[in-house]
Design a binder for this molecule. Structure first.
Ligand code: IYR
Length: 257
């Protein structure tokens, strides 16, 4: 369901006061009420060519220090920091700008523990026969298993939900576009923001994750895609050696000049 918060992000809609009142603000996707309106490019960056080259290098240098971490300490992280990182995720581009995502940030220890228990149950099913031999073999160098203590220990868990469709207040649906792509981009922004803040993350994907809809009362239009554990790494934290291998540019890119 589009939230009131969504409405605030769409100030042009507030022009249609009568419509908003009529339908509690959920008419924003009725095409007849939305027209194209251009504004001058805001926040223009005006780097010199030299600066562009330097900034690209600096960001690469920063991002390549990101590692998925499996061992956290319980050092607290302010709620406002998590909110800022989610705000960054919310700036991502999306199909028709529908922003088909919802993030649930959990620091409550009982709720984190419930998530852990349910996730471990799914993971046991996965590791004890649900997954193909090929998949289990592929995970060997990563060193994962069904135990997920980080879901208790990390101070925050951010749950990412993809809105398969939108719902007006009266329950009628509207279509969302490029949902996996949009949510993937937003999740990438989120991971980059958390890393930029000096925090470590673990992207975790028990399957299925329907239990998250139940625990957090999310509508069935929303599919949980990921649990991101967020925290500071434990002093003894390690990463799998293979994780340091990233494909070279020649392998991931073709340049056609
Ligand atoms: N969801 C499981 C299995 C898993 C799958 C992949 I692909 C990974 O890169 C890592 C783990 C788990 O989180 O343990």
């Amino acid at each position: 369901m589009p939230s009131i918060a969504y409405l605030y992000t769409m100030p042009f809609l507030q022009k249609h006061d009568s419509l908003i009142q009529k339908n509690k603000g959920y008419t924003m996707f009725a095409k007849e009420h939305i027209s194209y309106e251009a504004i001058g490019l805001p926040d223009r960056v005006d780097y010199s060519d030299v600066q562009v080259v330097a900034e690209a290098k600096a960001f690469y240098k920063r991002m390549k220090t990101r590692h998925t971490v499996r061992d956290f300490i319980d050092r607290p992280i302010p709620r406002s920091t998590i909110e800022d990182c989610i705000r960054t995720a919310g700036t991502a581009p999306s199909g028709a700008n529908h922003q088909p995502w919802h993030f649930v940030a959990v620091s409550n220890p009982e709720l984190k523990h419930k998530i852990r228990l349910a996730a471990e149950e799914e993971e046991r099913r996965f590791y004890d026969g649900g997954a193909s031999d090929e998949w289990i073999k592929a995970l060997e160098p990563i060193g994962t298993n069904a135990d997920k203590p980080h879901l208790d220990i990390a101070p925050w868990l951010i749950l990412v939900f993809a809105q398969k469709w939108g719902e007006f207040d009266d329950g009628t649906r509207y279509k969302n576009y490029y949902v996996p792509e949009s949510v993937g981009i937003a999740t990438g922004f989120l991971l980059a923001a958390l890393h930029h803040a000096g925090l470590s993350t673990l992207t975790h994907t028990p399957n299925p994750m329907k239990f998250l809809n139940v625990l957090f009362d999310r509508p069935k239009s929303e599919k949980p895609t990921m649990i991101i554990a967020v925290g500071h790494p434990a002093p003894h934290a390690t990463v799998p050696k293979v994780a340091k291998y990233k494909k070279p540019l020649t392998e991931i890119a073709t340049i056609a000049e």
